[in-house]
Write a protein that binds this ligand. Structure first.
Ligand code: PLP
Length: 461
């Protein structure tokens, strides 16, 4: 291999997100070259069906001419506009107004970021400022859920409750705390929704009390469906009960919709699926369908008013050069048109129902499958070595890496989490026949792994 080949340059110079540097040196990466519709092609000419919409973000699928054209036109007209010192641009303003109109409750105030991690980080900054603004400087603790993912910023990664984001980084910070997830498949209280809800509400109240009461706790963070923790779907009524508990305690209820927004679980905002009206919502990914980087944090009227009143004529010291970037805003407005008027959300709902049914029909009895869960176009398949005991395969067998390799071999991309759970988040443009093919290819990959002697040997008889 030439030392200046793409593969060599990648190994020598490009740090990949959440990767083993040594593993990357040894294996390199699959270098993607082209995309159209629901398909990706790599530099070797191999084709893959993208069952993960990039990184659960390309909700409108690849090759959407209206988004590409909106970006191009914006770049020609005004490639950059600052939002600092009294400036603004039409696209960012229109997008903020559109999101405020479409968002649940009184989430009428939008700060744009570059992605989800800095949306969470911005939310944390506003939360802290709000506590000071309302004369409660000791209200600093943040509570989130085990298995939760809230990005990778130096503060937000501590709200994330996945060990790999903490190890070696000195996280979580002393004011960052967790309570157990609802994770029904492995919940010590069992699978009964009422029992899980009682346990979670009880755990939140107990944690708040342990930390010194509501005057010490600022906010509770959750995802409508826990994504990177393994696609964990809360029982019916769980989110509303947690919202109610937060209101009763007087702590902010923050919903991280970075994955669940923009049709991933049906409606434009996942909150609508569960009837939620949070104090703060974070967004990214599907906002631009991944065509350009952009995220957002939405603040309620009450939060905004408290911050604005306290600051008065003083500046609130939070800002990014690229907040409200006009090209990203143009992409987001075009994506919203596709979701709402272009039929993408409706298609996603239909194909999502089909995906959920087809996965269970085709793979529900597979010897490796412990549980299939999901909502609409978001799904998880938990892989176990024993369907009765729910035992996982030993970590040394590297189930995640095996599944990922088998998928590529069958021409399908999905997320293979380290413990073996498969994450699925196809673009909302998948047609039912394409969903069938996606599920067939996943089934083929599962069969490949099942045939491996070490896997057979590790399975219950
Ligand atoms: N919040 C959630 C729920 C996410 O799933 C993610 C990314 O997957 C983030 C935040 C971080 O977003 P980003 O990777 O755009 O920084």
């Amino acid at each position: 291999m030439l030392s200046n080949s793409l593969a060599a340059l990648d190994r020598n110079h490009l740090l990949h997100p959440v990767s083993s540097f040594r593993g990357h040196e040894a294996r390199g990466s699959t270098i993607l070259a082209e995309a159209e519709g629901v398909m990706l092609r790599d530099t070797q000419g191999r084709q893959y069906m993208d069952g993960f919409a990039g990184l659960w973000c390309v909700n409108a699928g690849y090759g959407q001419k209206s988004i590409i054209e909106a970006i191009r036109a914006q770049l020609e007209q005004l490639p950059y506009a600052t939002g600092y010192f009294g400036f603004g641009s039409a696209r960012a303003i229109r997008l903020a107004a559109r999101l405020a109109e479409l968002a649940p409750g009184s989430l009428n105030h939008v700060y744009f970021t570059l992605g989800g991690s800095d949306a969470v980080d911005s939310a944390l900054r506003y939360i802290r400022y709000h506590a000071e603004a309302t004369g409660q400087p000791g209200k600093t603790a943040i509570i989130s859920l085990e298995h939760g993912y809230h990005g990778s910023s130096s503060t937000g990664a501590g709200v994330t409750a996945l060990p790999v984001f903490h190890a070696g980084f000195g996280l979580p910070l002393p004011h960052q705390h967790t309570i157990p997830s609802h994770y029904a498949y492995r919940n010590p209280v069992g699978t009964d929704p009422a029992a899980i809800i009682d346990a979670s509400v009880g755990a939140l109240r107990a944690k708040v009390a342990e930390l010194g009461g509501p005057e010490r706790v600022a906010a509770f963070f959750c995802e409508p469906v826990q994504g990177s923790g393994g696609v964990l779907v809360p029982p019916e009524g769980w989110l509303l009960a947690m919202q109610q508990a937060c209101r009763a305690l007087g702590i902010l209820f923050v919903v991280d919709e970075v994955i669940t927004g923009f049709g991933r679980i049906g409606p434009l905002f996942g909150c609508a699926h569960y009837g939620l009206e949070p104090d703060i919502v974070t967004l990214a990914k599907g906002l631009t369908s991944g065509y350009l980087p952009m995220g957002a944090v939405l603040l309620s009227d009450a939060l905004y008013e408290a911050i604005a009143a306290h600051a008065g004529e003083n500046a609130i010291g939070h800002g990014y050069t690229y907040s409200g970037h006009p090209a990203s805003a143009a992409a987001a407005l075009a994506a919203l048109d596709l979701y709402l008027e272009g039929g993408v959300l409706d298609n996603g709902r239909r194909s999502g129902a089909h995906l959920q049914a087809r996965l269970r029909e085709a793979l529900g009895d597979h010897p490796l499958v412990g549980e299939i869960r999901g909502v609409s176009m978001l799904a998880g398949i938990e892989i176990v070595s024993d369907r009765n005991s729910k035992a996982l395969f030993p970590a040394a067998l590297g189930m995640g890496a095996r599944l990922a390799a088998a998928g590529l071999d069958k021409g399908v991309i999905y997320r293979a989490f380290a413990n073996g759970t498969i994450g699925l988040a196809p673009s909302l443009t998948f047609l039912p026949a394409e969903i069938d093919e996606l599920v067939d290819r996943i089934g083929g990959a599962l069969d490949t792994v099942l045939d491996q002697p070490e896997i057979r040997a590790a399975m219950a008889d």
